[in-house]
Design a protein around this ligand. Structure first.
Ligand SMILES: NC(=O)NCCC(=O)O
Ligand SMILES: [Zn+2]
Ligand SMILES: [Zn+2]
Length: 470
């Protein structure tokens, strides 16, 4: 099926111009003015931007956590992602100590097979490093195309790895061309602060934030960056929430270390006061790292603008308020961490970033798509609108206004952290490899049509070239 998209304005991380896009066999076959190739279907995109499909580098779909499982799986989560303009997700595959890495990867293939409506890849958690794990890594990279490994520096006795594991993962990643990702919080200190808080009878959601102060995130970020420099390796810090962590990343980059940072819409737009909402509503806002004092938002926006943070992830990790978040009604440590963001990541950044003049439209594309494609080995197959790239395209109305609500969202969860917020700009139609997944705000995709994507190795030249896009 050949398609022609006419009259739209193509926007990439570097360019903005009006042109027609001709799609054949799922790829962008031609771009040009007034193309007259015969197409089975012509789509008029007058008045719309054509953005490359969003790439969400940080999701947790169908993930067990705290005795429960995320409300969104690969079907509901990717449908919601598509409604929000995202055409690729990279999900975190959890591993269990003592289990072969391949076993965990197989589990994640089972979770996603026949379910995903958009393309997807996996990052792989490394919980411990031993000879068996090290021996498996080359195959994981080569055969599975998994080229990013995640080390948790927090969640003591659950996911947390020690510094030796982090350091050996950095060395191995350097050797084989992979990118190491860290959840950077000092889990040991958090454990002490949490025990102390509970002993004092502090059980409300706000204590989640008070027992994970910015210092523990800054310290862990600085430690991971220092180990990266020592290993001469490469690091990606997920969900940066505060000035302390952003500053450590900037310092490391100043020294020439290959350290990259991601933040998320929740840290740009919500703050610690949300955890104090009455009737246990604060539980809806429990993320790790926690929401911070409001002034941190300006620091994060500035870091996005000046290139010190490079991507926006959703950290999609949804739990219903009723029946899941309320597991922690009497003890904040039992509130499952995370929230539903996958659907709103793209629109929130456009509305709050581009429309409010905080970032340029090219920075927007870079942050929600192109830079993740480059860092995680998907470029140029994905992350741009170019001849030869997958036809993952968002037809976006930049002026459409809407109000975010759990009543109308497509995530399988009973609340929205952004309930009532007005946003400007909406993905009207979304194509994944040339097929409509969303058409005029209706879902037209099919579970199982999303493909597992094997990714290329980390490429320092490619990522370096992309350091500043204004
Ligand atoms: N971020 C969060 O609170 N939940 C998801 C798991 C993680 O990314 O740490
Ligand atoms: Zn995390
Ligand atoms: Zn996460």
């Amino acid at each position: 099926m050949k398609k022609m998209i006419k009259n739209g304005v193509i926007v990439t991380a570097t360019d903005q111009y009006e042109a027609d896009v001709f799609i054949e066999k799922g790829k962008i076959a031609k771009i040009g003015a007034h193309l007259d190739d015969a197409a089975d279907e012509v789509i008029d995109a007058k008045g719309a931007f054509l953005f490359p499909g969003g790439i969400d580098p940080h999701t947790h779909l169908d993930m067990p956590f705290g005795g429960t499982v995320t409300a969104d799986d690969f079907e509901t989560g990717t449908i919601a992602a598509a409604f929000g303009g995202t055409t690729t997700v990279i999900d975190f595959c959890l591993t269990n100590k003592g289990e072969p890495l391949q076993g965990a990867i197989n589990t994640w293939h089972e979770k996603s097979k026949d379910k995903a409506v958009i393309d997807y890849g996996f990052h792989l958690m490394i919980g411990e490093v031993n000879d068996d794990v090290l021996a498996e890594i080359p195959d994981v990279i080569e055969k599975e195309g998994i080229t990013s490994f995640k080390v948790f520096m927090a969640y003591k006795n659950v996911f947390q790895a020690d510094d030796a594991t982090l350091f050996r993962t950095l060395l191995t990643a350097k050797e084989h061309g992979a990118l190491v990702m860290v959840h950077a919080e000092n889990g040991d200190v958090i454990d002490y602060l949490v025990t102390d808080a509970l002993q004092k009878g502090h059980t409300d959601p706000i204590y989640h934030a008070l027992t994970r102060p910015p210092e523990v995130e800054g310290e862990a970020t600085g430690r991971a960056a220092a180990l990266t420099g020592l290993a001469n390796s490469q690091l990606y810090v997920v969900h940066v929430s505060c000035a302390e962590a952003a500053n450590k990343i900037a310092e490391a980059r100043q020294k020439g270390f290959q350290v990259w940072g991601e933040t998320c819409p929740q840290y740009l737009l919500l703050d610690q006061n949300d955890l104090e909402k009455p009737n246990f509503e604060g539980a809806k806002y429990v993320w790790s790292p926690p929401l911070r004092e409001k002034w941190n938002q300006d620091v994060l926006w500035d870091a996005l603008k000046n290139g010190q943070l490079q991507t926006i992830g959703s950290d999609q990790c949804s739990f219903n308020f009723n029946g899941q978040k309320d597991l922690g009604k009497d003890d904040f440590t039992k509130i499952p961490n995370g929230g539903p963001i996958i659907e709103d990541r793209f629109s929130l950044l456009f509305s709050e970033g581009v429309k409010k003049g905080r970032i340029s439209i090219h920075q927007f594309v870079d942050l929600v798509s192109t830079r993740s494609a480059k860092l995680f080995g998907l470029f140029p197959q994905k992350g741009t609108i170019a001849v030869g790239s997958d036809a993952d395209i968002v037809i976006f109305d930049p002026d459409k206004e809407r109000t975010i609500s759990a009543e109308t969202h497509h995530m399988n969860v009973d609340y929205s952290a952004f309930e009532g917020m007005k946003v400007t700009g909406e993905p009207v139609s979304v194509l994944s490899r040339g097929e409509f997944v969303i058409r005029d705000r209706e879902f037209t995709g099919k579970p199982g049509s999303g493909q597992y994507i094997k990714r290329s190795r980390y490429n320092s030249t490619q990522t370096r070239q992309a350091i500043t896009v204004q």
